[in-house]
Design a protein. Structure first.
Length: 291
């Protein structure tokens, strides 16, 4: 079956509107009668099809008793939902991008992430997350707990309903975020995750980084999308040119990264000996019998 033409913006709009409708306790057909629409009109709107004016949409949100923040978010999505690609700018410590990214990852069949600066977000333990939040120039002290809680909750996405591949830059293994005890806890957690057959962690040797952090999601029903995060922004990309470019980067990373077994042995070595400049080059870990 061919994959549906669906934008990340359209999917986000549809999911958020379904949530707003669900909170009314009414079926779509009943809500459509209340607003004097044909059921097909509401169904088409939820599925991202045109045909509803902004005035009609505003009236619908009023019937759903959408809160002011939700009203603005859905209205902005409505105005943009025919576009490909989506740039979010935000000023909240728990921004909409976390909710939007979570929804897309729940729908995804495969999640592939490349991490250049820190260990992958979906693998992070609470102590590691807390240090990153406290050190961030963007997060105020009063907002740290909310951000930590939101990121810890995201760990629930790492289950066996999908496949995960994490490419991690080697220097991250030697970066003692929060001190050696926190780093050790985090690396032990990575090793525990690697036992799961649906999770792959591959270390990319120092000097072989190709670009900054990004995540690629593949879907059973939709075309792939890429996600790039900034300090106060998030970019969701689903156009063919961007997907082709990021796919080439992942292919290159796959070619230079250590195998899963060699990556596991490198993490073990870091936990046992730390960073020793006299150690053989990391690429040699891929050769049988070295360690």
């Amino acid at each position: 079956m061919p994959k549906r033409v669906s934008t990340v913006l359209g999917r986000e709009f549809g999911e958020c509107l379904r949530e707003a409708i669900a909170r009314t306790g009414m079926l779509e057909s009943e809500l459509a009668r209340r607003v004097k629409w044909e059921h097909a009109k509401l169904s088409d709107l939820v599925n991202g099809k045109a045909g509803v004016s902004l005035d009609d949409f505003t009236y619908l949100l009023g019937m759903c008793q959408a809160a002011p923040d939700e009203f603005k978010y859905l209205k902005d999505l409505y105005l943009e939902s025919r576009e490909r690609g989506w740039l979010q700018l935000y000023d909240s410590p728990v921004p909409p991008r976390l909710r939007a990214l979570n929804r897309q990852q729940k729908m995804a069949e495969t999640v592939v992430a490349w991490s250049l600066l820190f260990l992958p977000g979906l693998t992070q333990v609470e102590s590691y997350i807390r240090v990153l939040a406290e050190d961030s120039p963007f997060v105020e002290a009063k907002d740290v707990e909310a951000l930590v809680a939101a990121r810890v909750e995201r760990r629930e996405l790492v289950d066996n309903t999908k496949r995960f591949v994490f490419y991690v830059y080697e220097p991250v293994l030697y970066s003692p975020v929060g001190g050696l005890d926190v780093l050790a806890e985090q690396l032990h957690e990575i090793l525990r995750l690697m036992i799961r057959p649906y999770i792959s962690v591959r270390i990319v040797p120092a000097g072989r980084a190709l670009t900054g952090d990004f995540t690629m999601l593949s879907f059973a029903k939709y075309e792939p999308m890429a996600y790039v995060e900034g300090l106060n922004s998030a970019l969701f990309l689903d156009d063919r040119a961007s997907i082709s470019l990021y796919s080439k980067v992942l292919k290159k990373l796959d070619g230079v990264a250590l195998s899963e077994d060699a990556s596991r042995r490198l993490i073990d070595r870091v936990l046992t000996r730390g960073f020793d400049p006299n150690d053989p080059p990391v690429e040699l870990l891929g050769r049988a019998g070295m360690y």
